[in-house]
Design a protein around this ligand. Structure first.
Ligand SMILES: *Cc1c(COP(=O)(O)O)cnc(C)c1O
Length: 361
């Protein structure tokens, strides 16, 4: 068996050493004669696993002490609703910066709970850039400002942190959390589905400033109240134990790699390699995103003729390059190059792209 270079947008590639360790521990975790999956979450063993995962995440991201780290379920999509449910706090409107499919979906869900002000939308430009600070029409009375800092489908990444004054800033970082250094204190709440850049699906990480907790909309299910999760150490009910364990292994792996600083340098190098190949292809390959706002994690590109798409996918897979099909709303290809993707994988893709262009010119 040979492992492919997996460019899937999510669920996505995991670090091979993490998979190997999980495989080794599958039948017998730390001499307990059972896998972590088969163990009660109400055991000192699992409590140690979740505590270590939180401690390592706090260290990796430099999460300040006045922030809670929650390990939830329901995906980033449930956060589209949980954010307004918890953060409206008596206010009636929220600001949404709309830069692609995911922020559009977040806005759509928020409309169920409040008035929504579109602080900026790049829809008219087919979501090919991140609006600049001067383009944001922010309402000082909004309950919060929501931004998707990396649009996974369009491949647009914010190169700056929107300045929102006293209004809490909420970010969907599902597809680039831990890929670059960020200042957590600039955000009121950060959420991320794990299956892009953290671990397997089933876990959603929420990092939230504790002073914002405790005023959810009335009548909502208990499980949608962040404070209840915070007060119960993310274990009000059975948490996604295996996904938390896997995320913990990924955090340890990241620390071993040199942490987020080293990852960011690698991610810059990987993204540069791929965008240079696209831009240097004489128009054979194209990425429409404004260069300053191009995602380091998700790189969509089209071929000169979409009749070549199927051949590209077939030949790339045969060359050990998997899951390059673009999202149906954008077409073409998309290479997701999250933390576990080595530079060698991107170089293999770039070599393939050059060769393909030469053969199908
Ligand atoms: C994948 C993704 C989502 C949706 O995640 P689910 O876990 O499927 O709910 C939301 N936002 C972003 C930025 C994503 O990449």
């Amino acid at each position: 068996m040979t492992r492919v270079y997996n460019f899937s947008a999510g669920p996505a590639a995991l670090p091979e050493p993490v998979l190997r360790q999980a495989a080794e521990e599958m039948l017998d975790w730390h001499g307990r004669g059972m896998s972590i999956m088969e163990m009660s979450h109400r055991t000192p063993d699992f409590e140690g696993v979740i505590a270590a995962a939180e401690a390592d995440l706090r260290e990796l991201m430099g999460i300040p002490a006045n922030y809670k780290v929650l390990f939830l379920q329901g995906g980033a999509t449930l956060q589209f609703g949980m954010v307004p449910i918890n953060l409206l706090r008596g206010k009636t409107s929220a600001d949404y910066i709309v830069t692609g499919s995911w922020s559009e979906k977040a806005l759509g869900e928020a409309k169920r709970y409040c008035d929504v002000n579109v602080a900026a939308s790049t829809a008219a430009a087919n979501y090919t850039y991140a609006p600049m600070q001067s383009e944001l029409k922010l309402d000082p009375n909004a309950a919060f400002v929501h931004v998707c800092t990396n649009e996974t489908i369009m491949g647009v990444e914010f190169p700056y942190v929107p300045e929102t004054g006293n209004v809490p800033l909420v970010a969907d970082m599902s597809s680039h959390i831990l890929s670059r250094e960020i200042d957590v204190s600039k955000y009121a709440l950060i959420y991320a589905g794990a299956q892009k850049n953290i671990g397997p699906v089933g876990l959603t990480v929420v990092i939230v400033r504790e002073d914002l907790l405790g005023q959810p909309l009335p009548g909502m299910p208990t499980l949608l109240d962040y404070k209840v999760h915070a007060d119960n150490g993310s274990m009000l009910n059975t948490p996604p134990t295996f996904a938390i364990y896997m995320a913990g292994l990924v955090f340890k792996w990241l620390k071993g790699q040199g942490g987020v600083t080293t990852m960011e340098q690698m991610n810059i190098a990987k993204a540069r390699c791929l965008y240079e190949a696209i831009d240097g292809s004489g128009g054979y390959y194209r990425n429409p995103v404004r260069p300053t706002d191009r995602s380091r994690m998700n790189v969509p590109f089209t071929l000169v003729d979409d009749a070549l798409d199927a051949i590209f996918l077939k030949e790339s897979l045969a060359a050990g390059l998997s899951s390059l099909k673009g999202h149906k709303s954008v077409g073409g290809m998309r290479a997701s190059i999250y933390n576990p993707m080595p530079l060698a994988g991107v170089e293999a893709l770039v070599d393939f792209m050059r060769d393909f262009a030469a053969r199908h010119g």
